[in-house]
Design a protein around this ligand. Sequence first.
Ligand SMILES: [Zn+2]
Length: 422
Amino acid sequence: MTDRLLKGGVLVDGTGRRKADVLVRDGRIAAIGPDIVEASGAGVTDCRGKLVCAGFTDLHVHFREPGQSYKETIRSGSRAAARGGYTTVCAMPNLAPVPDTPETLALEQEIIDRDACIEVLPYCSITRGRKGLELTDFAALKGHCCAFSDDGSGVQDDAMMRAAMTAAAREDVILAAHCEDNALLRGGYIHDGRYAAAHGHRGICSESEWGQIARDLQLAEQTGCRYHVCHISCAESVELIRAAKARGVRVTCETAPHYLVLCEDDLQEDGRFKMNPPLRRAEDREALVEGLRDGTIDAVATDHAPHSAEEKSRGLAGSAMGIVGLETAFPVLYTELVIPGKVRLERIVEALTEGPRRAFRLPGGRVEPGAAADLTVIDPDAQWTVDPAEFLSQGRATPFAGMRVRSRIVLTLKDGEPVWQE
Ligand SMILES: [Zn+2]
């Protein structure tokens, strides 16, 4: 393993920033301090003018393998993640086969072991085949996955969700819920608001999300289960979770960059603006930003959800749900939230590092002596235009295409080894 000295950078975490050198040895952080003098022949990386943080953790990605490798693979997805500054990602289980038994999970893990360039932690499903009818065996699976989720759909049946939470509490595992009440969908595919009305589209109401969150928060309170809410998109969800946290419910949540910086006013008649949940009102966007600022929102996840160009070519009505996000997340957040002074850099970094790791009880997420050298180096002054043709992801659909952004990931180290370097 190569030793490396990151020289002259500014270390950033949730608590603040300070100028310090970081010495990496044998894959771990060996020393941090001002003016570390390099005597052991480690390669020196000039980090003057750069930010140095812990490698990012994304609690919500879709790497599509096994089953749909024409959309993304664990190889392409993990390389896209490394380029975005991520050293750990959690991969959702809407796969074929669904990882719902030790045997089907082993198929996914085999590909991860072979092809991933960063840490990829699989989810297992809450119910067999994600069908909502029969619980998976949490006890048999829990040592081998980061959490349980039926992401892609909500657990519709109240009794089934109660049973899942009871089992999750007993086995001390995390349930990560995609909250969506199918009874309220009525064929909708973008937010049920101004844009949908003006352009004749069928809308999804916010209650389809927050109604199920409200149900789940009650169940989580009654069962004592550790409950994580995926990709919240509306003001009511923020308020429900803020109140639940205040009364001691064991709940954490995430939102995604697109909900923090876009809203229905940004919609265009193009599949790259279509994801689930949808872009909502400007008021929802502002409530999410406030939730991120005050810590109600624990993590910013990408919900990186690649599809083929053809699947995203059918406009708002006909395209598949989902956009890519790993290669644009930090620059978008930095440009739209940090530079205008809406959210402090330290808070953004925390929501990409310690925040998600605490939520999922993963160690690390801080730049500390003795920690694994999972590190991300950022040039805050770089300016570039998002061009999906340059993505390492096989997915190209992003609402940020053509956007001029500030900041760029210039180096990502996983266990001290570069997995992305500009
Ligand atoms: Zn989802």
